[in-house]
Every structure is written in C-alpha cells, then in structure tokens.
Design a binder for this molecule. Structure first.
Ligand code: KG4
Ligand code: ZN
Length: 320
C-alpha cells in the first residue's frame, strides 16, 4: 500500500505491507519555512505540498525498492487538517489511484495517529484507552477495535502541542517549540513556578489559562531575568501540561474500565510525559509526529473505495 499525508506542514508518503511492515516512510517537514511566521501559514503550506508531493512519493517508492506496479491500494488523509493542504494530498492520491485503476482508502488523521500503534514488530492490540496529544488535537479515545474509536474526552480550547508551541514562542524558542521546551526543561527546576492546570468536568482538557499564566510570568521579568529563568519557566510550564495529561489519562482508565493506556501524537515524544506514564505504551518516536506510515496502517482496517467512486471525495477540515 502507498499512503500520502499532507494535513498540516509535513508532506509524507510511505509504503507499508498488508501485515503492517513499514517498507519506507518519507517525511518532508516544512517547519523551517513557517518558522519565521511563528506558525503554519495555510496558503504557504498548500503551495509547498504541491512542490513536494511528487518527489516525496517517488522517494518513498525508491526507498522501499518498489514501484507503482507493486502497489495495490492507495491510502490518503481526508481530514481533519488545513483544507488546502489536505486537498493536495487527496488530489495526488486520486490521480495515482485513477491512473493505475487502483482502489483508494480515505483515512481520518486521528485514526492514523492511533494506528501508529498497530505497526511494527510489537503491534498493540485493542481494546485500550488512548491519549492522543498533537499540535492540532488533544483527545482521549476508547479504542474498542482497530477501526472503532469512541471519543471520551477532548480539549475545550488549545491542544497540548499548541500549548507547547505557544509557550515556546513566549520563551523565544521558535516554532515548533515542543521539542525545544522538552530539551530546555531538563536544565530547569519544575517546581520554580506554580502554573495552574485547569480542571474541567469529565475527561476534557483546557490549556488556554496556562498559556496566559506563562505570559504574565514572562512580562514581569526584565530581559536579563528572563534569560536566567528561562529553563525554570520551561520546566514548570511543561510540568503543568504533563500533569494535566497524566491525571486525565488515569481518570480515563478508571472511567472506561480499560486496563491499558497508549499515548500517540507529537506530544507523545515528550520525555517527561514518557517518564510520568511508565506503564503506558507509547508510539515509536518516529511515528509520533505526522507521517504517512500511520495512515497506511489505519487504511488496513478500512474499506477501500473502487474507481470511480472516490473521484468525488472531498477533504474535511474539522474533526467529526
Ligand atoms: O502530531 P503532530 O506532528 O501534528 C499534529 O497532528 O498536530 O504534532 C506536532 C506537535 C507540535 O505541537 C510539537 O510542538 C509537538 O507535537 N511536539 C512535542 C515534542 N515533539 C513534538 N511536544 C512536547 N515535547 C516534545 N518532545
Ligand atoms: Zn497529527
């Protein structure tokens, strides 16, 4: 199977076998292109996807030592994400499938993140509870089956990755900042500042107040003081995000009566979160942030649409 993923600022293609062996996974990140704007500029992302999608698909096929002759299904992210960015991948996937008379499998991006756990030498088998924390989404899912995800909690405002990115920006760490906060936090004192973690009812999250608290702490400091306290701020800020995620993850286990927890999405790469949930299963690091191998993985458990049925498929921007 050949899979494409272009929902945000990564142009990705992968070749994955029916049994879930990743033959190749190529990710071209546009992060540098967007860094000077402090975030992803949708129209810039769409144009860059257009330039990269062909070469990235060719590279994925070459890295798997295969060609389109050996591909029997094409999978692609249909949503949620940036609509223009999604349309580039969806159109490319339709074109490849149509030219070859192949079926197409439209995949939900969030299902893809969860399906990163179904790949590789030790796939995780449902049922389990899953914390999905990325730049665009923060949810808790009861994964009943390979293709059945019931959402039991969700953020009411910012996603956890977005909180990391906004915090990084306030600390002058650039975009995207999750990994930079993670690295700087190791040199700081996580108890130096007490940042609030909002408690909302049920299994939901709220991160917008935390970001405001950091803003106030930063504006009270002179540039010199900020330089000296930056690691402490990063460590304390990260501690608050991790605490919120860990608490909710434990609540979710109790409420769903599922006995295993898995963590996926870009924030699953965070070292403090990994350490704070020693019993949880984490997606492999390379599969935490956006990639196409996870999209192929999800597609293995979904119905394929035969030609010409998929030609009218449209992308969708927000989660169902
Ligand atoms: O899953 P992903 O690649 O994209 C979305 O689907 O949104 O997640 C990207 C997010 C960014 O917000 C990035 O800052 C965050 O994951 N991230 C991290 C780390 N590595 C990436 N956040 C905290 N610690 C990290 N080590
Ligand atoms: Zn993602």
């Amino acid at each position: 199977m050949l899979a494409l993923e272009t929902s945000c600022d990564e142009t990705a293609a992968a070749v994955v076998t029916e049994s879930g062996v990743v033959r190749s996974s190529v990710v071209a990140s546009q992060a540098e292109l967007h860094a000077r704007y402090g975030g992803v500029v949708p129209e810039v992302a769409s144009r860059r996807h257009l330039e990269l999608v062909g070469p990235v698909v060719r590279e994925a096929l070459a890295a798997a030592s295969t060609s389109l002759d050996d591909v029997d299904r094409v999978a692609v992210t249909q949503g949620p994400g940036l609509i223009g960015a999604l349309l580039v991948g969806l159109s490319a996937a339709k074109a490849i499938a149509w030219a070859r008379g192949l079926p197409l499998v439209p995949v939900d991006h969030l299902h893809g993140h969860v399906a990163s756990l179904f790949l590789g030498p030790e796939p995780v088998e449902p049922p389990f509870a899953c914390l999905l924390a990325s730049g665009g989404h923060t949810q808790i899912l009861a994964v009943r089956d390979h293709a059945r995800l019931d959402r039991v909690g969700s953020t009411l405002d910012d996603a956890a990755g977005e909180a990391f990115d906004k915090g990084a920006r306030l600390l002058g760490l650039g975009y995207p900042g999750g990994a930079a906060v993670d690295a700087l936090a190791r040199e700081g004192d996580a108890e130096a500042y007490r940042f609030p973690v909002a408690r909302v009812p049920g299994l939901d999250f709220s991160f917008s107040g935390l970001k405001t608290a950091l803003l106030y702490a930063v504006t009270e400091l002179t540039p010199d003081e900020l330089a000296r306290r930056r690691a402490d701020l990063a460590a304390s800020y990260q501690r608050a995000i991790v605490r919120a995620l860990v608490e909710r993850a434990h609540d979710a286990l109790a409420e769903t009566r599922l006995d295993r927890l898995a963590v996926v999405g870009g924030v699953a790469a965070n070292s403090e979160l990994r350490a704070a949930l020693p019993d949880a299963v984490f997606a492999p690091l390379a599969l935490c942030t956006d990639n196409a191998a996870m999209i192929a993985s999800a597609a293995r458990f979904l119905p394929a649409v035969r030609p010409p049925g998929y030609l009218g498929l449209d992308a969708y921007s927000s989660a169902a």
